[in-house]
Design a binder for this molecule. Structure first.
Ligand SMILES: Nc1nc2c(ncn2[C@@H]2O[C@H](COP(=O)(O)OP(=O)(O)OP(=O)(O)O)[C@@H](O)[C@H]2O)c(=O)[nH]1
Length: 616
């Protein structure tokens, strides 16, 4: 349905326009007022807490070291517990909160010695499990300015401490900036889902099914990843671990889809290597998510291993594709180039996430958007191409259908002819005669009109076959057929009854008229000069039996039998004659082999008897 009309054009163009609008609005966003904490220090190991969870700093003399930001202090040496402290800034606030981009992995926030916020569950040893990476908004009580903020952190992850930004902001500003940061991701993610849907349709319809299936997979994965990364996710569903699981699943799917697509484009060694790489990632995806779901490992630990794998496989995939760039079609090149924008962003995001580069926001949505624009261009081209192909196919099909229909009509006509015409003489055949005869009989009965039947048989036809050959016999039959057709009226029905026998059914015709007509025909036949392949054949003659309804019978259906009896008499009478049926024409069993009173022999020979029986 979507493919009809301009549906796809509209969907893609609206999507792109919406995204560009959103990106512009994000670019123009106003900065919100915020104050970072200052004078950060860290202390490796845990600090004592009393039974109420209050920090007991006075009993110990912890060693604090200055640090620019409360994350990843030096000389960790496998430590999993650390404390940070910083000084809360001065300022005029109406509803101040402490905004923390993320905590690795769980933490408690103390204002001086009092616990004011906790993320994750700490056991008695100050340890706990990964609970996801949400952003944090910590309520600050009045008079916090200038006070010390102590943060207790536990982490078995590669990073330990806080991540991103830690600052005091107005609560409303935090929410505004969360929404502003998310709008771009959400808009691009929506566009990517539309494109993924279109790619799925193309994948279902073909051609290039596998290619479009891989594009759809990549688009669905990147759309989900953007959605799961958007800070506003927490405002939609407050379940950080579920969002991070979704993010991991979609993130880990990206190289699978990319490898699938690239391996579809190439052959030989390149294809084999690309297949190995995406299979490796598929295995990682299945195993890691499986282990996390069964509680064997923490989801957080699957990220560093995946990133280590990706940092090798992703450039490898790109290199494999670029080495054979020239073999690619224009649309494939466009996609490959869009990946070259996307991949550095992924790598940069990875470097920031693992602290190799100082924290800065990396928006993967730009990479996804470029990939989407490349896809949109390909879809538009593909759609236009498909439409052209479809209209071409339609035209060809229409032509084919027209010519097939014509051919079919011709064949149907031929079949119809064959079903009621004799192919040699082109006269009607016995089947047609049976139908017409029954119809004419009923009509004659209803109208009490006369109906005459002539049964004609070529004399000694066998001799023609024997002397001149079967082909010559056929020529004679054809010539006789032509003569019969032109001799009788249009309303008479002339048929080849079988072999060298013919029948003429003459509606509304008296005995005398029929006899005269038959005699004239006999005369014409005897005059007929017949040749076959230049050889003059001997003249042929006819014998004819005539019977008329109601003159000879009250049952018109008996005409066939009576005419045959008359014909039989004509043959016995010496041939080349027309005999009208009389009572005397009836065969009389007791006279078998003897002469009738009229001089006609009722049964000449067994052969004649058989012929007569067969004919009836
Ligand atoms: N060439 C040719 N011969 C046919 C065809 N149909 C039947 N015949 C021949 O017609 C001949 C009929 O022979 P018979 O039934 O003995 O009759 P006849 O020789 O005409 O003798 P009478 O009818 O007694 O005068 C046979 O030899 C058949 O093989 C046909 O379509 N073509």
């Amino acid at each position: 349905m979507l493919l009809r009309g301009y549906g796809i054009y509209k969907a893609i163009l609206w999507g792109i326009t919406l995204c560009i609008g959103v990106l512009l609005s994000c670019a123009l966003k106003a900065d919100t007022a915020s104050q970072p904490l200052h004078s950060w220090e860290y202390h490796w190991g845990d600090l004592p807490l009393d039974t109420q969870g209050t920090l007991q700093q006075n009993n110990t003399t912890p060693v604090w070291h200055a640090i620019s930001f409360p994350a990843n202090p030096p000389e960790r040496n496998g430590q999993q517990q650390v404390w940070f402290r910083g000084v809360l800034p001065e300022g005029n606030w109406s509803d101040p909160v402490l905004y923390i981009t993320s905590i690795d992995l769980i933490g408690q926030v103390y204002l001086d010695d009092t616990l004011i916020y906790q993320y994750g569950e700490f056991d008695e040893q100050g340890r706990g499990d990964f609970a996801g990476w949400p952003w944090h908004m910590v309520d600050l009580p009045e008079g916090f300015s200038g006070k010390s903020l102590n943060i207790r952190v536990f982490s078995y992850y590669t990073n330990i401490g806080l991540w991103g930004e830690v600052k005091v902001m107005e609560r409303l500003d935090v929410l505004k900036s969360i929404i502003q940061m998310s709008v771009q991701d959400l808009a691009v993610s929506a566009l990517v889902f539309v494109l993924a849907f279109i790619a799925s349709i193309f994948a279902l319809m073909g051609p290039e099914r596998r290619g479009f299936a891989a594009i759809a997979l990549f688009a669905y994965a990147s759309g989900l990843m953007l959605l799961a990364e958007a800070p506003a996710r927490q405002l939609i569903i407050d379940n950080a671990l579920a969002w991070d699981t979704l993010r991991a699943g979609s993130y880990y799917t990206l190289p699978v889809a990319l490898g699938l697509l690239l391996s579809h484009w190439f052959n030989g060694t390149t294809k084999r290597w690309l297949t190995r790489l995406w299979t490796l990632h598929l295995a990682y995806l299945a195993i890691s998510i499986g282990l996390v779901q069964t509680g064997v490992i923490s989801l957080s630990l699957t990220f560093p291993a995946f990133d280590a794998l990706l940092v090798v496989t992703l450039p490898a995939m790109l290199m494999l594709a670029l080495f054979r760039f020239r073999e690619l079609s224009i649309e494939q090149r466009l996609l490959a180039l869009s990946f070259t924008f996307f991949i550095p962003l992924l790598l940069a995001d990875m470097l920031v996430a693992h602290g190799f580069v100082a924290w800065r926001p990396i928006s993967l949505s730009y990479g996804t958007l470029i990939f989407s624009l490349a896809n949109a261009a390909i879809f538009l081209w593909h759609y236009r191409h498909t439409q052209q192909q479809m209209s071409l196919t339609n035209e060809t099909l229409e032509h084919q259908v027209a010519s097939r229909t014509k051919e079919l009509d011709r064949l149907v006509q031929e079949l119809e002819n064959l079903s009621f015409k004799d192919s040699l003489t082109n006269l009607y055949n016995r089947r047609h005669f049976d139908t017409v005869f029954a119809h004419e009989c009923r009509r004659a009965q209803q109208n009490t009109s006369q109906l005459t039947l002539l049964m004609l048989d070529i004399d000694h036809f066998k001799q023609i076959n024997d002397h001149f050959g079967h082909d010559a016999g056929d020529s004679v039959l054809v010539a006789i057929g032509a003569l019969l057709r032109q001799h009788f009226r249009g309303l008479d029905i002339v048929c080849r009854f079988g072999g060298e026998e013919f029948i003429a059914l003459l509606p509304s015709t008296s005995v005398n008229a029929a006899e005269a007509c038959a005699n004239a025909l006999l005369e014409q036949v005897s005059q007929l000069s017949l040749t076959h392949q230049g050889t003059l054949l001997r003249n042929v003659t006819f014998s004819c039996g005539v019977a008329t309804y109601p003159d000879h019978t009250q049952d018109p259906f008996r005409l066939l039998k009576l005419a045959d009896e008359a014909l039989y008499q004509a043959k016995n009478g010496g041939r080349n004659r027309c005999i009208v049926w009389t009572e005397a024409s009836q065969p009389q069993e007791f006279m078998l082999g003897s002469h009738s009173p009229a001089g006609a022999i009722t049964r000449l020979s067994p052969k004649m008897h058989e012929t007569s029986e067969r004919k009836l």
